[in-house]
Design a protein around this ligand. Sequence first.
Ligand code: FAD
Length: 515
Amino acid sequence: MTRSWWGWGNVENAVTGDERAALTKRIGTLMPSADLTVHEPPEVSDLDLPDPRVTPPQALADLCSADRTDRAAHAHGKAFRDVVRNLLGEVRNPPDLVVHPRTEADVVDVLDWATKANIAVIPFGGGSSVVGGIEPRFDGPAVSLDLGKLDQVLEIDRTSRAARIQAGVLGPALEDQLREHDLTLRHFPQSFEFSSLGGWLATRAGGHFATLYTHIDDLVESMRVVTPSGISESRRLPGSGAGPSPDRMFLGSEGTLGVITQAWMRLQDRPKWRANASVHFDDYAAAVNCTRAIAQSGLYPTNCRLLDPVEAFINAGTSSAGGVLVLAFESADHPVDAWLARALELCRDHSGAVQEQTKASENWRSSFLRMPYQRDALATQSMIAETFETACTWNRFDELKAAVTAAANDAMRTVGVTGVVTCRFTHVYPDGPAPYFGIYAAGRWGATLSQWDDIKVAVSEALANAGGTITHHHAVGRDHRPWYDRQRPDPFAAALRAAKSALDPAGILNPGVLL
Ligand SMILES: Cc1cc2nc3c(=O)[nH]c(=O)nc-3n(C[C@H](O)[C@H](O)[C@H](O)COP(=O)(O)OP(=O)(O)OC[C@H]3O[C@@H](n4cnc5c(N)ncnc54)[C@H](O)[C@@H]3O)c2cc1C
């Protein structure tokens, strides 16, 4: 398999042939005026990349690559705006070098060199950031520190059900190593295949399960982090009340405070029992109330994904006036039919129609995995296809959804595109949902980047004003800074700045992110 330098995943898995034709037909039906001409990506040899401005010391030369494809592939993350810039050949500020450390000692040496030479270092796991988190969006030299060679499960503690794992391992290689022990981390973000443990920890990633243990925050027992001021390693503990948590400081630090090299992670037994169903609603408000009732019931489904009617139509191929709730339960220990039965009782109480023979759940799963590839195919056809996400308390949700949808529709009108807004819940908590919005609009080739940027500003303002967070699990990066800066309390911002100057006095680590 060959990793795509410009888009999601492997070149061999890109959308082509019948799948491309079917996608084009579906979009053409929804948006008859769309110009869906395919624009092929440029070759790396066609890109006008600036020459590297730095030369590594002899001792690190072996780890460093100035290869054009390597630099281009580390220049942007994998958001729609990254993919579009790549398609347009706009790779203006790639890292000067890509550094591939083989050991933690290499990481220490790279940080020492970069601190002395005043070179920015951007930690890079899988490069799946969708918030400009790995992009050298500043003047001055930068290296991308690709941790991909640190990819081993080093130790398993079967008794405590935990493992010491190197941070650069990508999802599939991690699960392969744990499967031999009949264990799993059970953390499955949509980007699972091409994102790393270190990236998950650094961005506080959310897995695709809807409740309980799905956030990486809850799965970490201790972390080892190389900072320019020394190595920080927390004690392995199942819980601790000893002051503020060192792990909590590094979780979500997005490469600004240190490089996570390994972590002890809490594991789970592999699930054996599963039950699922989907439920159709005629009325979206009833569907939301039902989802809230389930979230507050103590049943804790593994999947509890409410798709609004547009989302259900576009991504699950199902028509339903009030939306579809995809429900699932699983356990490694006991059958879960009783839990599903009780959840379905709640659905019926809220006028939901349970679909016994439905394919919505399966359709949803397969389209979930193909979505990033399809997003890229649409980007080559002048479509704007991007998502954004938030979380809010239940009492604010109706207003937030209405405000965001209105802002998106207004912004689409202003930038002159026709499109739709979709919404699903990725996670549900007893006190609120995490709504995940999608925008699909017919843009104009060459203009989709600025069109999307305008829409993104409008919806981010709406989210912030409606009391949501600027991100529930996609992180802050560079793109969410204006709203993050408004959202965080000032004394906290001051404390974060102080932590940064203590750990990274030269300010070389991922400048522009978070601070
Ligand atoms: C199609 C698609 C689907 C996605 N689905 C989800 C999802 O379901 N849930 C979710 O939470 N996110 C999702 N994301 C966002 C992204 O995958 C996550 O933010 C992920 O955690 C990033 O991991 P990564 O290894 O790719 O990190 P990178 O993109 O390489 O880096 C992300 C940030 O973490 C820092 N970083 C990376 N490794 C380290 C390290 N070892 N030490 C210190 N800092 C480090 C980087 O400097 C950067 O700031 C998705 C993205 C895409 C493109």
